[in-house]
Design a protein around this ligand. Structure first.
Ligand code: GDP
Ligand code: MN
Length: 381
């Protein structure tokens, strides 16, 4: 789950990280009022779940409250990476002497939290990693002990030369780590961590991504969810109990079980196709899930074909077949469906589908090849 910058900043503040004050506005008038309250120059910042807002014009300096109103008016309603800006954060403008990057992620390769720090803050860390990887220092921490004081200090020495700043930075890194663990994050970063001309360190941008598996035991974090800022398809999927991830291709896939979903993605790629999504209807038998799955997939205009790959175990093939027939009654499906069903109640499922004018195969290879052909008619097989 993604949360907004202002929410991430609240979490960091609660753990002691020096974060300048800020307030959220949903209208230009409100932005003006907040800016007037701060007095002086402010920064108006789009609150969307997307990086690189600055470059997209979503972060603007305003000299006074009147200008803040104008800036907020321009940013609210703007689209950044397909997401409409509905809120802006108003925060006093800081004078910047230097910008650093500090972050911690769950790293699969080292099976531990890994800290990354760089003197080249402000810009996207992916860019630094690509163009100048030596400018990033990394440190894996043992999850049993957390970030130890000497490790925090070592990282801080990679960023700052003065002792006072190294100490301040080491403290911030430990607070960042505490916030990361406490919120069940998969990523927590401050970019930039600035120094002011007076030498103070401050976090002026923050990003925290929450591991969805950590949400059940953290209702206060789940409460930060902003469904209006999430793609609608993901909200429908979550509410329907489906695991759904949007991808870039044009073959919609409906599968039961994460392992089969992975295998299906692989086979689609093997035959030269590109999956449009990862959609797992899970183990339970419930035609309604199939209807919801098709509702989500048909909402994506890029999808050229929908490929069912069902291996019936606990999932009953006849339930899936009923779901397909039901869905075609309720939703206009304008793309071809190709269906593979095998396992529990397979014969019954085939009868249901045949009666409704659909055919199905029991071969996964066949169905995926057919889907790839239908998705790329010109390419030939
Ligand atoms: P991002 O583009 O989404 O990462 O948004 P940031 O909040 O990181 O802002 C992008 C850049 O705008 C920063 O790296 C700074 O260079 C600049 N910026 C943001 N806030 C301030 C501020 O208070 N004062 C000044 N001078 N620059 C700022
Ligand atoms: Mn940033």
């Amino acid at each position: 789950m993604n949360i907004h910058e202002y929410q991430a900043k609240e979490i960091l503040r609660a753990h002691g990280v020096p974060v300048p004050p800020g307030e959220v506005a949903t209208t230009a008038q409100e932005a003006q009022r907040i800016a007037a309250g701060f007095g002086g120059a402010v920064v108006v910042k789009a609150q969307v779940h997307a990086g690189g807002r600055g470059k997209a014009g979503g972060v603007k300096l305003a000299r006074d409250a009147a200008e803040a109103k104008e800036r907020a008016g321009a940013i609210l309603g703007m689209k950044i990476k397909g997401l409409t800006v509905q809120k802006v954060l108003i925060t006093p403008a800081e004078e910047i002497a230097s910008e650093a990057y500090v972050g911690v992620i769950v790293d699969r390769a080292s099976k531990s939290p890994v800290f990354m720090v760089s003197r080249q803050g402000g810009i996207d860390i992916e860019e630094v990693a690509a163009s100048n990887p030596d400018a990033i220092q990394k440190l894996a921490v043992d999850a049993r002990y957390g970030l130890l004081p000497f490790q925090a200090y070592w990282l801080a020495t990679q960023l700052y030369d003065g002792i006072a700043q190294q100490r301040a930075c080491a403290r911030i890194l430990r607070q960042l780590h505490e916030a990361f663990v406490a919120s069940g994050a998969s990523l927590a970063e401050i970019n930039p961590l600035i120094t002011t001309p007076a030498g103070e360190l401050k976090a002026i941008d923050a990003k925290i991504n929450i591991d969805d598996n950590e949400l059940d035991r953290r209702p206060e974090i789940e409460a930060l969810r902003d469904t209006s800022a999430e793609p609608e398809s993901e909200t429908i999927a979550r509410e329907a109990g489906l695991t759904f991830i949007q991808l870039e291709g044009n073959i919609g896939a409906v599968v039961n079980g994460a392992g089969l979903a992975m295998a299906t993605m692989d086979l689609i790629k093997f035959y030269g196709g590109e999956p449009a999504n990862f959609l797992d209807i899970g183990g339970s038998s419930n035609p309604e899930k199939v209807v919801n799955a098709l509702r989500i997939i048909t909402g994506d205009p890029r999808v050229k074909v929908i490929c069912f790959n069902i291996f019936g175990g606990i999932t009953r093939c006849d339930d899936v077949a009923n779901g397909i027939v039901e869905a075609t009654k309720r939703i206009a499906i304008r793309v071809p469906l190709v269906i593979r069903l095998t396992g529990t109640n397979e014969e019954k499922a085939l009868e249901i589908l045949n009666a409704a004018g659909y055919s199905a195969t029991t071969s996964m290879d066949e169905v995926v090849q057919r889907a790839v052909e239908l998705a790329n008619p010109s390419a030939g097989a």
